[in-house]
Design a binder for this molecule. Structure first.
Ligand SMILES: Cc1ncc(COP(=O)(O)O)c(C=O)c1O
Length: 449
């Protein structure tokens, strides 16, 4: 009998594998089996496992100051230094940053900042947020309401309408195109749907549009060229903020420094970070906003006595010290440009699977990719449930490769940024073998259509 409620888990399929230790790009289970981490844990262990420098900085900070809060203007050096370093790195002009503990709570913070700000500038009605179908923004009550995946939404009776959350198209050409539609036409149609939604809802009631530059949990969807330029031009026409959720795409993941850079998103108004911010050595997240938004809230917070939001662990000194060192390592060791080179190599190798009978689409950028498994390549049919994806994941695991099936039947791939070319070869070989075995399984159980 378990005393644990497992997160994001089928309660009838718990305790699948017990991981005991990690080193570099590998982890080992309690039986001594070695696995190549093909998903960086949950898209987060950028610098791999057992990095001695990060272990040392954690211990040093713990010896110095294990905790100090930041309520009421109390401060400490390491949180200030981290905010300065982050502000320098991210593709926003002069941002102001709030720290949290997870991607979900950082997105909640943003929802509250949006509301607080619009009240401060006497625009209380400007509070709706446009999110995309199949997006993933986390699981707290508010972040799950932004998320557009059925498994995260169903059965929870989330306050989607009360929070003013609107939905627009998911920018996945392969699945979303109409018969005979080109990529350009697809983009024009979904951006025009977005504009129509804005007009019908009244632009004066819409605060922001949230997007993962490249999605993660919905199957690593890379929107077609030109999509974000057109979206940004519509948003600026109606004075709606662009909110980039870079929880997965931040910090060298997509072949450049940030997903916004890779995808030509210019000067977002708000950004969310977590995961690779600390390479998952400590839980920490960040919500960045424009300075003028912050400044507009100052008088209101003074009149109220406080900006009444923040977590006990906002700016936790140990998490900040670790994140600061992670960012320094990214710079010092040229991690982003190295990851860009291995990422290009990974994408090239994965392209080989385009001809595999089980693979409908290969997509991704940098060290972030997915293969969509399909029961019929020509007709682009989809598997009805996650069974085949689950089989592929298990076959890979039995081969010593950890990957994750996302959005039903897509295999997500997201190895640590420090992965070598040889390890990419190992990943691709093991994946190819798992695909072949899954193909045999599909033939045996007549799962092709
Ligand atoms: C884009 C995105 N936003 C937010 C989150 C939520 O982050 P967390 O699980 O740390 O709450 C995730 C998690 O995978 C994510 O991928």
């Amino acid at each position: 009998m378990t005393h644990l409620i497992y997160p994001t888990t089928n309660f009838k399929a718990i305790e699948q594998i017990s991981i005991e230790r990690g080193d570099g790009c590998y982890v080992w289970d309690t039986e001594g089996n070695q696995y190549l981490e093909g998903l960086s844990g949950l898209w987060c262990t950028a610098l791999g496992y057992a990095n001695q420098e990060l272990i040392d900085v954690t211990a040093e900070q713990m010896k110095k100051l294990t905790f100090s809060h930041m309520f009421g203007g109390k401060t400490h050096k390491v949180a200030i230094e981290l905010s300065e370093k982050l502000a320098d790195m991210i593709p926003m002009r002069d941002p102001v940053i709030s720290f949290g503990n997870s991607g979900s709570d950082a997105n909640d913070t943003h929802i509250k900042l949006l509301r607080y700000y619009h009240e401060a500038i006497n625009k209380t009605e400007k509070r709706k947020i446009i999110a995309r179908h199949r997006s993933y923004h986390g699981v707290t009550v508010a972040a799950a309401s932004l998320t557009g995946l059925p498994v995260t939404q169903n059965h929870f009776d989330l306050p989607v309408d009360a929070l003013g959350i609107l939905r627009t198209d998911h920018p996945h050409y392969y699945r979303g195109k109409e018969r005979g539609e080109s990529e350009n036409q697809f983009v024009d149609r979904i951006v025009s749907n977005l504009e129509n939604l804005i007009i019908s809802e009244n632009p004066e009631t819409i605060a922001a549009f949230i997007a993962e530059p490249i999605t993660g949990a919905s199957g690593v969807i890379v929107p077609p060229e030109g999509y974000y330029e057109k979206v940004q031009s519509v948003l600026s026409k109606y004075n709606i903020m662009f909110w980039a959720d870079e929880v997965i795409t931040g910090f060298g993941r997509t072949g450049s420094d940030f997903g916004c850079t890779t995808m030509n998103i210019h000067d977002p108004d708000m950004m969310t970070f977590a995961k690779q911010l600390s390479s998952a050595y400590m839980p920490i997240s960040a919500s960045a906003i424009r300075r003028d938004v912050y400044e507009a809230m100052i008088d209101q917070s003074a009149a109220a006595g406080a900006f009444g939001h923040g977590y006990t662990y906002s700016g936790h000194p140990v998490a900040c010290a670790v994140a600061l060192r992670v960012l320094e390592i990214y710079d010092r060791d040229n991690i982003f440009s190295r990851a860009s080179a291995t990422g290009a190599y990974l994408q090239e190798q994965l392209k080989k699977f385009e001809s595999h009978p089980l693979v409908g689409e290969v997509r991704g950028r940098g060290l972030l990719a997915a293969l969509e498994l399909v029961p019929n390549k020509e007709l682009e049919h989809q598997f009805q449930d996650g069974r085949v994806g689950g089989v592929a994941q298990k076959m890979a695991q039995d081969n010593g490769l950890l990957i994750r099936t996302v959005a039903g039947s897509s295999i997500g791939i997201c190895p640590p940024l420090i992965i070598s070319k040889n390890q990419v070869d190992e990943l691709v070989d093991k994946l190819g073998d798992a695909l072949d075995k899954t193909f045999e399984y599909c033939k045996t159980y007549k799962l092709f259509t």
